[in-house]
Design a binder for this molecule. Structure first.
Ligand SMILES: C[S@@+](CC[C@H](N)C(=O)[O-])C[C@H]1O[C@@H](n2cnc3c(N)ncnc32)[C@H](O)[C@@H]1O
Length: 396
């Protein structure tokens, strides 16, 4: 069977904390979940299946397709085994490739050494078969080979995404402390947002949460915004089936929303950037933008999600000011957001205590190395009457 049609292991990587949401996405696309780790989920499928996964997955970073696995104890064994793979069948005559790796092997102190061994094996094999060296380098915009080496087990993957999937292509202006697009999608999915109610996003910064929420609500594939993936640069890539899939996926998206989406920020520059990013993402007409303090954000009567990602603060002076901001978020939830479900995404739990409301759920995520929480607050009027809406002392 051809390489493109035969089934093999597929590993989709993601940020820590994201696997439960990535699993849900994989299952809803009709793929099995074979296992899940701290920062990846394993499924299976063909190389052609990776087209769909790259196009439709919102919370994953890289879609890795297993090419071969073998045991290797030393760098020399690794070189020998890799040079046995028929790379000339995968990398085109004028091809370019890069190597990435994740290595935990006692004989390797610096994973760059394993990268070089892998790269040399591929280059030497191709030079031997074609009489010419292929081009290589650090750019991930063409063929990407990923080496995963744990103990003696070595797995060689094609990184079918090439550039990470978080680079959707809409964020031209990232501003300060933007949230990665894939993490923002996981946070929005964790809020249970489906697009049938209102979505309110004060402190929107560069607009990542609101843009991801709009894409989810419209059922628009995040991958449609990008035109380059690693799999396209492999020999035998079937461009017509890729184009057919893109057309089909595009035609399935909705063109209208039931609820309102509102995104605001106190910074004019942030709102300008968020608008431009929304235009690039093709969702600007679904989001109402405004410049104001978060507490002035219009919250339409009804139901929905209100989600804020305030700064966490690093300097002492900032901390004092932020304590006041978090306490005001609690007041804003209580006074203006009845009927909604409130969310705060923060990396500082001490500040979160200042909100002064009881959390309903706390979901752990990692924003890079920082352990964060998505805190959920039920702000329904009914729960207020029962007396459990407002707490006298803070409890998170
Ligand atoms: C951590 S950033 C949000 C990043 C955003 N999630 C993104 O992906 O770009 C926090 C934002 O809150 C805004 N902000 C700070 N204080 C505010 C206030 N009192 N009212 C409204 N926005 C505020 C800042 O201008 C900044 O854009």
């Amino acid at each position: 069977m051809s390489f493109w049609k035969s089934k093999n292991k597929i590993v989709i990587t993601c940020a820590k904390g994201v696997p439960p949401f990535l699993k849900g996405e994989i299952i809803s696309l009709g793929f099995p979940v074979l296992s899940a780790g701290m920062a990846e989920v394993e499924t299976e499928g063909t190389m052609e299946d990776t087209f769909r996964l790259n196009l439709l997955i919102r919370t994953g970073q890289r879609v890795l397709f297993l090419l071969e696995s073998f045991t290797a104890k030393t760098p020399d064994e690794l070189y020998k085994r890799i040079s046995r793979i028929s790379w000339e069948d995968y990398i085109p005559e004028d091809g370019y490739f890069s190597v990435t790796s994740s290595v935990h092997n006692p004989t390797i102190k610096d994973s760059r050494f394993a990268n070089v061994k892998c790269k040399d094996a591929v280059v030497d094999r191709i030079k031997d078969k074609r009489g010419r060296r292929p081009d290589t380098g650090p750019q991930r915009d063409r063929v990407v080979i990923h080496l995963h080496w744990r103990g003696n087990l070595c797995q060689i993957f094609f990184d079918t995404s090439g550039e990470p999937l978080s680079r959707r292509g809409y964020r031209m202006i990232p501003l300060k402390a933007p949230m990665q697009e894939t993490l923002a999608a996981a946070v929005v999915l964790a809020s249970g947002w489906k697009g049938d109610r209102n979505f309110i996003n004060p402190m929107c910064g560069s607009g990542t949460l609101a843009i991801e929420a709009a894409l989810i609500a419209l059922g628009r594939a995040p991958g449609l915004l990008r035109s380059n993936y690693g799999f396209m640069h492999l020999k035998g890539f079937d461009e017509s089936s890729w184009k057919t899939l893109r057309r089909k996926v595009r035609s399935e998206a909705k063109d209208r929303l039931n609820g309102r989406m509102i995104a605001t920020d106190i910074s004019q520059a942030a709102v300008e950037a968020a608008k431009k990013n929304a235009i690039t993402a093709g969702v600007d007409r679904f989001i109402e933008f405004g410049v104001c303090d978060f507490s002035e954000t219009p919250v339409p009567t009804g139901e929905g999600v209100v989600i804020l990602n305030p700064e966490y603060g690093e300097r002492m002076g900032e901390m004092e000011e932020l304590k006041g901001t978090y306490s005001r978020i609690g007041d804003f939830f209580k006074k203006k957001c009845q009927g909604y479900r409130g969310y705060i995404f923060t990396g500082n739990l001490d500040l979160a205590k200042k909100v002064g409301l009881r959390t309903n759920r706390r979901i752990t995520f990692f924003n890079g190395p920082i352990e964060c929480r998505l805190l959920e607050y039920d702000l329904y009027e009914g729960s207020r009457e029962k007396g459990d809406f407002r707490l006298e002392k803070s409890e998170i």
